[in-house]
Design a protein around this ligand. Structure first.
Ligand code: SF4
Length: 414
């Protein structure tokens, strides 16, 4: 037992001396005093009390995620010195873009979207609306038009709602006030004041979460996982220069501590990382096999006009599209032909449009979670009928409406 304890202590002190020092600081907490007295009463001998405390101490240490001052300062210094050399040159980091509006747009665009995809959209967006005053005049349609192809269209809708909110409410750059703005949650409410005003708050997005999870070897299945990561992030955050600190974590997560496979040998905080020190093996994450979905899009024409609708579904919300069925997976033993047939018939009955149709072609498209095979079907009408939720539009007018890449592909094929 004694040998085990000595070995365990040696291992922990080799790897975690900064954390041990904090544990010793904490011996004065009420919990530990209680333990001390209880152990003393039970054993009555100092040597047994010491052993009890030692075991308790080791158990606490193994589970503990407290950060000592010393650890925090080493962690921060290493990250900042790495950042001073490897900092990414990104448009939203340029001096002229250091204001609320421009940082806000970049942070919204970067949610769920890769940097290289965002850059051209960000530049285009700022060219059209260089500041909040000009953006205030934008309509939802115009914003959606600029957003075409960037995905997650709810973000564009939230930008519209947010600028309407800001017309009537004064802007304060602190997390609590920022969270009242539509579309701004925990992450952006903290990243904006940190980047702009060096505000000290724990910035945590999905990427930073990954770095903390690995560095502290936290089990993702813990019920309190998000809370714990947030607490550690908060404790690690420096009182000064959070501007560079939070961006250094963002860069580290993107350049080195990558989702698929981290490059630990190049990592500036590898000596502080439990996963690295404990030689935890990272298996290359295989990309999840995407499912196939099927749907039908209808080109319903009367002379030079066709029917369109404004999408209400979450996937392409707010964008204009040709009428489309639900996108479904194929059931076991169901042929694609039968699936398309039932989709067409159900839609025609629902719209009371029981005319002959003609199959035109297939369009394939990849969404982030699935592949889509879309059958394009044409129906020519001899008179102009009215439909609930659908509108008639001339081809030229449709071209200036905001639409998704998928609808653009369909448009090119007809
Ligand atoms: S050592 Fe590896 S796992 Fe740990 S933070 Fe660095 S890159 Fe990530």
């Amino acid at each position: 037992m004694l040998i085990f304890l000595i070995e365990k202590a040696k291992h922990l002190s080799n790897n975690w001396s900064p954390i041990i020092s904090l544990q010793l600081d904490l011996i004065s907490s009420i919990e530990q005093l209680f333990f001390f007295f209880a152990a003393f009463n039970i054993f009555g001998k100092s040597v047994e009390t010491f052993t009890g405390l030692f075991i308790y101490f080791l158990l606490m240490l193994d589970k503990s995620y407290h950060i000592s001052k010393n650890f925090r300062s080493k962690w921060g210094k290493k990250l900042l010195s790495w950042y001073s050399i490897h900092k990414r040159d990104l448009p939203w980091r340029k001096k002229e873009n250091q204001n609320f509006y421009r940082i806000w747009i970049s942070e919204v665009m970067l949610q769920q979207t890769q940097v290289k995809t965002v850059i051209p959209y960000y530049k285009k967006f700022l060219k059209k609306w260089p500041n909040l005053e000009s953006f205030n005049k934008a309509s939802l349609n115009e914003i959606l038009q600029q957003w075409q192809g960037l995905g997650y269209y709810q973000r564009a809708k939230n930008l519209f709602l947010a600028k309407e909110y800001l017309k009537n409410n004064k802007l304060f750059l602190d997390p609590t006030s920022l969270k009242k703005i539509p579309g701004i949650g925990d992450y952006i409410s903290c990243s904006i004041p940190a980047i702009l005003n060096d505000y000290s708050c724990g910035v945590v997005d999905g990427n930073i979460k990954r770095v903390i999870k690995r560095s502290f070897d936290i089990d993702e299945n813990r019920k309190d996982f998000n809370k714990l990561v947030g607490k550690i992030a908060e404790e690690l955050t420096p009182k000064e220069n959070n501007r560079d600190y939070c961006q250094s974590l963002m860069d580290l997560a993107n350049i080195i501590c990558k989702a698929k496979l981290p490059e630990c040998s190049l990592c500036p905080i590898k000596d502080e990382c439990r996963s690295f020190v404990n030689k935890i093996e990272f298996k290359k994450i295989k990309s999840r096999k995407k499912k196939y979905k099927y749907g039908v899009s209808f080109i319903v024409k009367f002379q030079e006009e066709f029917l369109i609708e404004q999408n209400k579904k979450k996937l392409l919300q707010g964008l204009y599209t040709f009428p489309m069925t639900d996108l479904l997976e194929k059931k076991k033993n169901q042929s694609k032909k039968n699936l398309f047939k039932s989709l067409i018939e159900n839609w025609k009955v629902e719209k009371n449009l029981l005319f002959d149709h003609k199959d035109l072609c297939f369009v394939e498209h990849t969404f982030s979670h699935f592949y889509l095979k879309l059958l394009i079907v044409k129906i020519e009408l001899s008179s102009k009928m009215k439909f609930r939720d659908l509108m008639w539009i001339k081809e030229k007018k449709f071209d200036v409406k905001p639409k998704s890449i998928l609808v653009k592909k369909v448009r090119e094929r007809i």
